[in-house]
Design a protein around this ligand. Sequence first.
Ligand SMILES: *Cc1c(COP(=O)(O)O)cnc(C)c1O
Ligand SMILES: [Zn+2]
Length: 417
Amino acid sequence: MEYVKNLRCTNCGKELKPEPDRYLCPDCKEQGILDVIYDYEKIKNSWSKEELEKNQEAGIWRYLPLLPIDPGTPRPGLRVGGTPIYKNKVLAGKLGLEEILIKDDGLNPTASLKDRASALAVVKAQEAGAATVCCSSTGNAASSLAGNIASMGGKMKAVIFVPDRAPAGKLTQLLIYGAVVVSVQGSYEEAYYLSDAAIKKWDWYNRNAAINPYLVEGKKTVSLEIAEQLNWQLPDWLVFSVGDGCTIAGAWKGLYDLKQIGFIDKIPRLLGVQADGCAPITRSFYSGEPLEVTGEDTLADSIAVGKPRNYRKAINAIKDSRGEMVNVSDDEILEMMKLLARITGVFGEPAGAAGLAGLKKMVKRGLIKKDDLVLAVITGNGLKDIKNARRAVEEPLTIRPDIENLERLFKAKGVLD
Ligand SMILES: *Cc1c(COP(=O)(O)O)cnc(C)c1O
Ligand SMILES: [Zn+2]
């Protein structure tokens, strides 16, 4: 915490001491989302790109000066972050671009970008003196918390409230990691309020990304990493799918921090992608009106958030970057999952591939140019939700064990040239 000055309320501007269990501004309540404020001068004077390059640590902790944790607090035993960036010309062509970079964050230890935030939650909970961490989630926030808690070897516990639509893969992760799982028969919303009541009643640590200011700081490591991996030469656009809005807000925060300490000189434009059936942030982004709660009608469960709590941070981030938003249909998402997997070997869950589907649309509309360099983050792995992946693909070829039959079938299906 050497470099953290304060927490600042995004609503009234009031500054508060950075206590590990401080979630919201006491004056502004639900509106009072907090930002972590760093002493950038101090970081500048004691940290450099050269020093970072020498650091042998592979994951997110290599960015310690920009993380709001005490260096002495025990950390989860998993390697979070350090996910690869791939360049793919063929995919670029299919999207109407000359070049595309994809960062596969599905290769995190519990297979989504959410590990970045959950790792921070495990550290902050200990700093707050809590052994139980709670969250309500559509899946990945929860499964990442469960996995990172499990890596502490039994000294901490995760309690998870899940809405009853959570995909089986994610639910299974929670159970195998040994979390206490409460399946709430109702919406994300109802699960959220129940978890909130339980947290207050039993004094647990709160891993609800929308209000916990430290989690965004974990998510921001995705852009710290992108910048370092690309040798501080950032693309023109970064693409993320958007549910609650914390991921894209976090990505922006990382870029902002890097700019403040002089590691980069420009912030790329951000493209935020929502699903047609659940796009409250896109609507507010373009209308300028306050957010209107919507239904949650999409198969991309990780971005099905009808009442996002952090939408202001997301909208400010995208606006500041001179970015855009766009919505995609479930069919477009499934098509993109299939294309991505077949061309790159990267298997994304629906919300993981939604960003690319939005990118394709924006290129078609001419809002992203053919020669713009774009990096899209694949935010979660497809094995988490095989039910929807199966909807995108054909059935296997089925046959009796007979070679002539096999040849006939192959010829009919065009398997043999
Ligand atoms: C959580 C999540 C998102 C969206 O992040 P928000 O912070 O909710 O906007 C996108 N993709 C995946 C796979 C996720 O788990
Ligand atoms: Zn306030």
